[in-house]
Design a protein around this ligand. Structure first.
Ligand SMILES: NC(=O)c1ccc[n+]([C@@H]2O[C@H](COP(=O)([O-])OP(=O)(O)OC[C@H]3O[C@@H](n4cnc5c(N)ncnc54)[C@H](O)[C@@H]3O)[C@@H](O)[C@H]2O)c1
Length: 363
């Protein structure tokens, strides 16, 4: 019997994927192609150099299913939406630091661009579902009293949570507490998707990714946010790994293949209608643990403990009951497997460990 979120249901249907050439979008596009669906990629393809898209992400501007364009182009978006059965809205200014540096650019793409996509979907009755790609950043630093198992926490544990010594578990029903421009735009996008598509009765779902990692993610200058790529590249070059505050911070590391799979399941699962679903493993992983997993592949790697920057939160991990119930699925790649895959890829792609990492300012 076919499971309700069986992706073979997508064969033959047309799926508009905004940002479909980016890191996660390109995995969604590849999966759709393999499933026999017809993706339409709408992407500016300007978040990386052209060779990254072509050689690492496997999406070229000349591909017949790629439209090099902008989600703020109303006429183009309307035309593409009108030719589609489903929409996955993943295009965004996805660099958190860049959104902070240029809030108006973030608002332009993540707010005005999202409105353009939602208006186009609302203007037609042929879209079976729209998935809005959001982020766990909407939880901010969380609130331990809202964890799934808050009633099981002792008063002492609760105090430790409040003081940042126990990581928060983020449940979809928690109040949103965005603490960055980027997170604010995602929180708005979630609400606006529900408002605009709810009013016209078009099905939608929201997915909140946790920390997405995996090949071919490559370190970027002025950004420390991709910890697996960062540590692996430094270890590959024989450089020490810096652990702020001893690396106690917690992340929920979800492999890019799993992020793509969860998004497609949210597109087809009947139970995902109007739902918001975390896409995470439910496993809290410390930054030190990630460093240790990288060191298993580069045994001479050394660690340097550095001070925890003021106000750096301990972080958190996903509650996954809702994801498991609604999508009938959970991520398959463990962080140990994902790190091993990344290192194997890096050894075949040494340019992914750039020389500028050797400069002292890159630490
Ligand atoms: N990577 C993560 O850990 C993570 C975590 C949570 C949420 N997300 C979200 O997932 C989605 C994909 O993220 P990613 O890591 O693949 O980012 P990415 O930057 O690799 O991909 C985004 C793509 O969108 C394109 N784009 C940007 N502005 C556009 C516009 N105005 N019109 C058309 N295309 C435009 C970019 O050129 C890029 O190719 C984003 O919405 C991001 O906010 C990512």
């Amino acid at each position: 019997m076919r499971h309700p979120s069986d992706l073979t249901a997508l064969a033959g249907s047309t799926v508009l994927v905004t940002g479909g050439a980016g890191l996660i979008g390109s995995r969604i596009t590849a999966r759709l192609r393999a499933l026999g669906a017809r993706p339409i990629v709408l992407c500016t393809m300007n978040a990386y150099p052209e060779h990254v898209y072509a050689n690492l992400f496997g999406v070229r501007s000349a591909d017949p299913d790629v439209v090099l364009g902008d989600i703020r182009n109303t006429a183009l978006v309307r035309e593409l939406v009108a030719a589609s059965d489903y929409v996955i809205h993943a295009a965004a200014l996805a660099d958190v630091a860049a959104c902070t540096r240029e809030p108006l650019a973030a608002i332009d793409t993540n707010v005005a661009g999202t409105q353009t996509v939602l208006d186009a979907v609302a203007a037609t009755d042929r879209i079976r579902r729209t998935v809005f790609v959001s982020s766990a950043s909407v939880y901010g630093d969380g609130n331990p009293k809202e964890t799934d198992n808050a009633e099981l926490l002792t008063m002492r544990q609760l105090l430790e949570c409040v003081h940042g010594r126990i990581p928060s578990q983020f449940h979809e029903s928690a109040r949103k507490r965005p603490v960055s421009v980027y997170a604010n735009t995602k929180a708005w996008g979630e609400e606006q998707t529900a408002l605009v598509l709810g009013q016209v009765g078009t099905s939608y779902a929201v997915v909140r990714y946790f920390s997405v990692y995996g090949e071919p993610q490559t370190v970027k200058q002025n950004s420390h946010s991709w910890v697996v790529a960062w540590f692996a590249a430094r270890a590959h070059l024989g450089l020490p790994l810096h652990l702020n505050g001893g690396g106690r911070q917690v992340r929920d590391m979800v492999h890019v293949d799993d992020a793509a799979e969860g998004t497609l399941r949210a597109l087809v699962s009947p139970q995902a209608h109007t739902e918001t679903v975390n896409i995470g493993t439910g496993v809290p992983t410390t930054v030190r643990k990630i460093a240790e997993l990288v060191r298993e592949h580069y045994p001479s790697t050394t660690f340097l403990d550095t001070p925890l920057p003021a106000g750096d939160p301990l972080g958190g991990y996903a509650a996954i009951h809702r994801m498991e119930n609604i999508l009938g699925w959970k991520p398959e790649v463990t962080v140990a497997q994902g790190v091993a895959r990344y290192v194997a890829w890096l050894r075949n792609t040494p340019a992914a460990a750039p020389g500028w990492l050797r400069e002292p300012t890159a630490a």
